[in-house]
Design a protein around this ligand. Structure first.
Ligand SMILES: CC(C)(COP(=O)(O)OP(=O)(O)OC[C@H]1O[C@@H](n2cnc3c(N)ncnc32)[C@H](O)[C@@H]1OP(=O)(O)O)[C@@H](O)C(=O)NCCC(=O)NCCSC(=O)C[C@@H](O)CCCCCCCCCCCCC(=O)O
Length: 754
């Protein structure tokens, strides 16, 4: 709702109230409209101030409402117009946040005062929409087309100081914003009512109010009504807009909202306000019904739902308390360790960074300092807080004794079980008993690592993604003995590092890599059967992935998987003589990646892999004629009949096998809901967010179709168990293809939090 109050000095205060973020539900909108009408009808009210409860103006329209079947009721756009038309000055007092529809309400007000720590923005684009309450028409009139286009197409939040520079707010205050808003409202009242009074003091007050408001005498509000303002012209508007469109399209990678945001702002430059608003509405409705908005809004809530973690044994976020991390340590300063140290420093956690010897330490130290300097450059003034040259904040050592008093250690050494166990044994003897011992591993067994310590309840997996200071995902893996406090602490740490932590169970590859395995496997099988790396990558990139499986493999290095397969006895010296080239343990196996590695083709780092590069370390992938003839010879050698494989088959075999593994993971309780898998894939594996993640995508394709396709491919490839439909998928189809939020109630495992 919105609370209406009168203060003694003729200012009506309307306070938006809908905890926790004062989202503009229909009830809030109705109360806001009632408040405005009441203030208008009361002759003793001379000005209105709108603010939000609990130090937050508003996070915008209630996102839940967009997916509710009943969307009738008062619309926000007309309400913003109503505010703007008011004959009594309306002031917005912005504290905390004014986002989306919240900022649009503020744009309807005649004056805006913001607290210095407030943040503002129009993030609708990030949930697949555009500012649909006339914001695409008012904002460019206020701050100009380039700045408005930037805010609307990126959805970025800006601090109050930047808003002041842009002219988005009139005043930034450090003190109580509501009081400042009332003070301004009182000055405005004085400006209106004292116009014709001739005392010197009143004339001064009037002058002050006019300077403050920029309103000429006798027309106190006209120029403050943004709908009446012309769009600030650019000398080269057309050229500017064409360039901007190219940029927006490039960054959107198949997501509709940025381009439609652009179109709405373009309409503001070409049409009168009312027509622009009409265009905004049309474009808004296209987005609202596009499916992408639904996917992006699902992703928004999924990211919040995974914060409410549970484990198979019933531990959960409700009962577990995170422990404070006053000091942390990182072991190993390779690529991952450097990124992890950087993330911790940025989170203001003092760090001890440890390497095995002085040479490695010096190399690692240089690399970390370089990363931190780059981060500091990006942060500008705020960088002072990093203070990373201070040894109390960041210390480098080769001495394990330096780890005695840390609260948490993140081991980030080479992916080798024996080495990790040796380190954990050492840590167990050195660290204080309450210290949490985290292992950065992408696949290894957490329980086995924990078995090397005397307090396995403190051991937990923290799977960072490369580059660790950039990637948002942190897969948090609990073992058999991991304590709820360790999970809660790791989740808290993820938040401090501005990452999204997802709690999952312990199995080979955990969630992300376990689902990735069948996807990559299918991609390689497709090469055997007739595709080329560039065909497969193109299909996957057209779907919206940032990078296809072969470009990805070249980037990560083919040697990583090769080492792991050698370790598993799938290739290399330990392979029993007589093992068929294309079969392991009775299943289909492709030795293609091993053969490339044997040729020294490790990907970008060697200048050759699935593609060729301009040089070792080069980044521009070009199709490689050598690889094409190598594939032909390989097919001849193994008498594989080549066929044309269409895009549909490429997409389905890669994605449906990945999704199928997702259903197995859910059935086993390794993740407690489909939203966990989706958050992992969006934030760690480049799954296009506007397709909602693999499990959401499955729900949009329809589970019966996924099942039928898997059955078809499985019959064609009986030696590929990953294509055999998961029992849980079959169960869901038999249960009538229930909506995603009901899946877990059919699993016999835990329930989804969505
Ligand atoms: C606000 C935040 C920055 C806060 O972050 P923080 O980390 O502090 O906290 P959380 O993110 O965990 O959030 C706490 C809590 O609040 C929930 N929540 C947050 N924002 C919203 C919201 N806007 N709506 C609902 N719920 C919200 C969140 O889920 C958490 O809940 P939990 O249960 O997990 O505790 C951060 O939350 C944030 O960034 N929020 C989103 C901000 C945003 O995107 N705002 C834009 C919203 S969309 C909008 O405003 C649209 C407008 O332009 C108006 C459009 C006009 C509408 C017209 C509609 C007409 C439709 C009819 C068309 C007819 C055609 C037809 O029928 O076919």
């Amino acid at each position: 709702m919105a609370q209406y109050a009168r203060n003694a000095a003729a200012v009506a205060v309307i306070r938006l109230r809908n905890p926790p973020v004062n989202a503009l539900s229909l009830t809030v909108l109705q109360a806001l409209e009632d408040g405005l009408k009441r203030a208008d009808a009361d002759p003793s009210v001379k000005a209105v101030m709108i603010c939000g409860e609990n130090g937050k103006f508003s996070a915008g329209a209630d996102i839940q409402g967009f997916s509710s079947p009943k969307r009738q009721g008062i619309a926000l756009g007309p309400l913003v117009s109503l505010i703007e038309r008011s004959e009594k000055p309306v002031v917005a007092a912005i504290e905390g946040i004014a986002l989306g529809g919240g900022l649009e309400v503020a744009l309807g007000c005649h004056f805006r005062v913001a607290h210095v720590q407030a943040r503002m923005g129009l993030p609708e684009v990030t949930i697949g929409l555009l500012p649909g309450a006339e914001g695409t028409q008012r904002l460019p009139r206020l701050i100009g087309v380039p700045a408005a286009l930037d805010l609307i197409t990126t959805g970025r939040h800006i601090p109050a100081t930047e808003a002041l520079k842009l002219g988005l707010v009139d005043e930034v205050v450090e003190e109580n914003t509501v009081e400042a808003g009332i003070r301004l409202a009182n000055k405005l009242i004085a400006s209106v009512s004292l116009e014709n009074v001739s005392s010197k003091e009143n004339r001064e007050l009037c002058k002050h109010a006019r300077i403050l408001t920029g309103c000429p005498a006798g027309q106190p509000l006209g120029p403050r009504r943004l709908s009446l303002k012309p769009i600030p012209r650019l000398p080269n508007m057309e050229a500017f807009l064409s360039e901007a469109l190219v940029k927006v399209k490039k960054q959107a990678r198949g997501c509709l909202a940025p381009e439609l945001c652009f179109q709405a702002v373009k309409a503001a430059t070409e049409q009168p306000f009312a027509d622009g608003v009409q265009r905004e509405r049309e474009l808004f409705n296209i987005l609202l019904t596009s499916g992408q908005a639904q996917a992006l809004q699902y992703a928004f809530f999924a990211e919040r739902a995974v914060q409410r973690w549970t484990t198979l044994s019933g531990a959960s976020w409700k009962s577990a308390s995170p422990q404070p991390i006053r000091r942390a340590a990182v072991i190993g300063l390779g690529t991952m360790g450097r990124g992890i140290v950087t993330s911790l420093v940025k989170a203001n956690i003092p760090v001890v960074a440890l390497e095995q010897d002085v040479e490695y330490l010096n190399t690692g130290r240089k690399a970390v300092m370089l990363l931190l300097e780059r981060e500091a450059m990006k942060m500008g003034q705020d960088a002072q807080s990093l203070d990373f040259h201070n040894p109390a904040r960041l210390q480098f050592t080769v001495d394990f004794d330096g780890l005695r008093d840390v609260d948490l250690v993140i081991e980030a050494v080479f992916e080798n079980m024996a080495l990790k166990k040796e380190i954990f044994k050492k840590l167990s003897g050195i660290c204080k008993p309450g210290a949490f011992l985290c292992t950065n591993t992408s696949a290894l067994n957490i329980d086995e690592i924990a078995s090397a310590t005397s307090h396995p309840q403190q051991v937990i997996g923290t799977h960072f993604f490369s580059p660790a200071h950039v990637m948002r995902l942190l897969e948090i893996i609990y073992g058999r003995h991991t304590s709820p406090a360790a999970i809660a602490t790791a989740m808290q740490l993820a938040k401090a590092m501005k990452k999204v932590g997802v709690v999952v169970g312990n199995c080979f590859g955990f969630v992300g890599n376990r689902m990735m395995f069948p996807y990559v496997q299918q991609a390689v099988f497709l090469l055997e059967e007739g595709s080329r790396p560039e065909n497969v990558d193109q299909v996957i990139e057209d779907f919206g992935f940032k990078i296809g499986p072969f470009r990805m493999s070249d980037l990560a290095g083919l040697d990583v998987g090769w080492r792991s397969r050698k370790g598993q006895g799938l290739t290399g010296a330990s392979l029993p003589p007589g093992t068929p080239a294309r079969q392991r343990h009775g299943r289909r196996y492709s030795p293609l990646p091993d053969l490339l590695c044997e040729q020294g083709r490790f990907g970008q780092k060697t200048g050759k892999g699935w593609y060729q590069y301009e040089k070792a370390g080069g980044r521009t992938a070009r199709p490689d004629p050598w690889l094409h003839s190598f594939l032909s010879e390989y097919r001849d050698t193994h008498q594989i009949k080549t066929r044309f494989i269409d895009q549909e088959e490429i997409l389905e075999r890669c994605l449906f096998s990945l999704i199928n593994e997702g259903f197995n993971i859910l059935a086993e309780g390794i993740a407690s809901g489909p939203e966990h898998l989706d958050v992992i894939y969006i934030n760690g594996y480049g799954w296009p967010k506007h397709k909602g993640g693999p499990m959401f995508y499955a729900s949009t394709v329809g589970l019966p179709r996924i099942l039928a396709k898997l059955q078809k491919y499985s019959e064609a490839h009986p030696d590929v168990p990953e294509l055999r439909p998961s029992a849980f998928l079959k169960k869901l189809v038999a249960a009538g293809n229930p909506p995603l939020k009901e899946w877990m109630s059919c699993s016999g495992s835990q329930s989804s939090k969505l």
